[in-house]
Every structure is written in structure tokens, then in C-alpha cells.
Design a protein around this ligand. Sequence first.
Ligand code: XMP
Length: 507
Amino acid sequence: MIIVMDFGGQYAHLIARRIRSLGVYAEIAMPATRKEEIEKLNPAGIILSGGPRSVYGEDSLAIDKEILKLGIPVLGICYGHQLLAHLLGGKVAPSSKEYGKEMLSPKKSLLFNGLGKKEHVWASHGDSVLNPPEGFETIGSTEECRIAAFADDKRKIYGVQFHPEVVHTTNGMQILRNFVKICGSKKDYAIRGLDRKLIAEIKAAVGEEAVIMGVSGGVDSLVASALIRKATPNIHCVFVDHGLTRKGEAEEVVSLYKKLKFEHFYRIDASKLFLRKLKGVSEPEEKRKIIGKTFIDVFESQVQQLKKKNRITFLGQGTIYPDRIESAKASGQAAVIKTHHNVGGLPEKMKLKLIEPLKELYKDEVRQLGRQLGIEKELLMRHPFPGPGLAVRILGKITPQKIAMLREADSIFTEELKKSGYYEKTWQAFAALLPGKAVGVMGDARAYGRIIALRAVTSQDAMTADWAKLPNELLERTSSRITKRIKGVTRVVYDITQKPPATIEYE
Ligand code: XMP
């Protein structure tokens, strides 16, 4: 495997995914990982990712320098490139260059095998390397940056100032392929056939015992539960219907699990309880906490019921790889922006053993795995939906009327997106109900009604997002259908904020 040291950019996961797509397993590691731990992991290569810091900054991150003496091939990218220079005795200095496309003139090198005389590369400058460390040769320059790449073929240590993992670096994959070759990694990682391996592992772990799992119809819990079902019929799926789902969703989840032949599926209609608990609450974090707690209470009481008749010892979860890495990081320094609750913390309390078959996979890999399990593409391509559901899309107090109104608006928007082919081009798209009212004119009379906001974003991983540049005609048709069909809505607005500064959801 190849280890990707994460220096906090958006790029570490992208690098790992690219390496996996070359058939080599890649894992993320934190910069604080010591030499001894790396030796235990025994990677074929190490990649140091980019990141927003400067090697001279107060918050700079380094690696255990001893790692560079292990004889394992290393590739530093952007910050990783500067860090290598800094640690090995070269010189790094701030530069005021712009972000963007540059033209690289690569020299002959193992890392640049198969590249042309000129190559488009994409760089996000912070600092740049002024002098390479001793023993290193400069193997590429751009107009903006003299030492855009360096190499020490003897030690197999390489650095590039630009990002080979992004699509704007036209032959970036060739560079990564060359690095994988330098590492001598076996290309034995593939999603194809992984279903059989995972099913066998679940069978071996679970045996005759039973598994309980909370499901929502979302991609991760769907694929995880389908895998577990293939390993054992003793899986009990609990769908806590909080009444804050999209139009027709609860019924869809029920019929989906029926189609997938789950013998033990329970829909618990807790919508009245959730509404009662949320009555009068408008503060976003309070809403999230109430929903999280109520969810756990309902789920737990169902577990207790089922435990009376079944030997339930496992809790299945649809945790995927980025969830684990993000929560590991979050437990370190990151500020809590929003309380997310995906049944975390349940196992200790309920004394259940965890089973997380997707814990090493990225979302696109989960989708591929789902296809192998025979799950329809449309279900696997669904947009993410937050655990607290429409509650975080109704700003202010929640009432049954507001839920009904929002459901309808959301369904119209989704329908229009699907018709125009834009559903698959966006990461997420939905309607939200804004607080307050606005004046309108309907049938020559004054109207005073609600405001619906449409939000559609493009994103790689939901960490950052851009608002989607949807066609005007699509927005116009959606707006007109919403105001015509939904009584009490006088205005429709389109959200044009990026994340950051906004978040994707409203609360
Ligand atoms: P934000 O609003 O923080 O959302 O930009 C980032 C992504 O996470 C989803 N989201 C959630 N997912 N439980 C979830 O499982 C939650 O409580 C939750 N809140 C937000 C959101 O839809 C987006 O994809």
C-alpha cells in the first residue's frame, strides 16, 4: 500500500482515490505518525500531500524526519514538496504567485517518464523552493517557479510544487503511475470482487449471531445492509421514520427493503413524537440535539424489544472511510460547526460489537460495490440527505404545514432537475423554507406568504462547495411551478453562496 500523509488540504483524499484507481491500496495517515508506526504498516511508498500552511508558519506541520531514512520512496506534493526541501537542508521562501495553470518543462526522470516536452500543470502556490537539498536534481521548471520539481533517484525521494492529482494537470495520472512503479507496488486492489471478500469477512465475524442496523435509505446504510444481508439472514433493519423525510421517501425505503428480501425490517413511525419534541424550537443546534437524542431513544427501545427474542450482538453501520478520518481529525482540533449524529456512541451504551463493512471505502467505491450487489443505479446516485432531514431546512419553528409545503417544493425542484439532466451534475440540490413572509400579488390581490429558497451545489466531498450554475429556464420553471402549485408561497429565491462562508445545509 501507499500512505498519504494528510497536511490538511482538500487533496489528501483525492490523492488516495487516484492511487486506488491505479490498482494500489492507499490509506491516509496523520503527519504525527512516528517512524515505528510507519515501519509496522510497511508501505511501498509515502506521499506527502499539499496543505494550506507554510513550513515557516507557527502552525507548520512536519513529519518524523527518520521516516525519510527508511529507504521507502517518497513523493512530496506542494506543501509536501516544500517540507522535503525544508527537512533535508534546502531553502524555501514565500512567493506571491497566483493559483492556476502553468506550463512545466520536465526533464528526463523516472518520475516524468512518458511526459511531453511541455505539460500543463496546476499549482496552488504558497511558498516555493529556492534551493533544492543536497543530492537533489531539479527535474522541472515553470515560468513562475524555477524548482517546480526535484528528484533524488538514489534515495527515491521526489517533490513537485504542482498537483498531479487534479484533472487540470493534464498528465498528472502518468506522474502518479510512475511513482507507483518506482515504489514497486503490486496492483492488486480492485472493487471488482470485493463484495465476495467482504461478505466472507462478515460471515466469519457474525456466525449465527444477529445484527441490528439503523437504515435511512441513504447510499451508505443501503449498501452496508445489503452486504450484511448477503452474509446472513439475521440482520434486523430499523428505519426510524422521524417524519422529516422527503416526499414519498418513507414508503420508498419500505418497498426497497422488501425488494431486497430483508426478512426483518421495521419501520417505526415516530413522526408524532419528533414533532412533539421539536414543538416551538427554532435554535438550530437545539433542533439537532433533540433529533439526535430522540432518534437514539427510539432506536434503543426497539433494540431492547428485539433483544428479547433474538441474539443480537452486532451493530451494523454504514461508516465510510472519509467519515472515520474526519471524525479522527475532529476529535483533535476542528471546531464543531454543526452537530452531526449518525448513531455514533451507541455501541458502548448498548454493549454491541460494531460491524462496518464499508469503513475502508470512498463514496464512489461504495457506489460501485452497490452496483455489484445489484442495487439500481438511481438509488446509488441519490444526493446526500442530512440525518435530521427537513428539520434543518425549515428555518425557525417546525410545523406539519411547513413540512408539507417544503416537501412539495423540494419534490418539484428534484423533478425538474432530473428532467433536465442536472440532478446528476450536482452534488446536492434541495429546497429550504425561509423564516418570515414576503408580499406578493396573486390574482390581482395582495398576498402575504412564505419564501422558498432553492439551493444546488457542486462539490467533491462536501467540505467545500460552489453554487451550481443552473440554467435560467430550469430555475424559472421550478419557481413558477412552486408558486402555482403550493398555496401560501409567494416567493422563490436561488442561493448563490459558496461553502465557505456558508454551509450546504441551512442549519
Ligand atoms: P454542511 O451543511 O455542514 O453539510 O455543509 C455537509 C454535508 O453533510 C450533510 N449533513 C449531514 N449528514 N447528518 C448527516 O448524515 C447530519 O446531521 C448532517 N448535516 C449535514 C449535508 O447534507 C452535506 O452533504
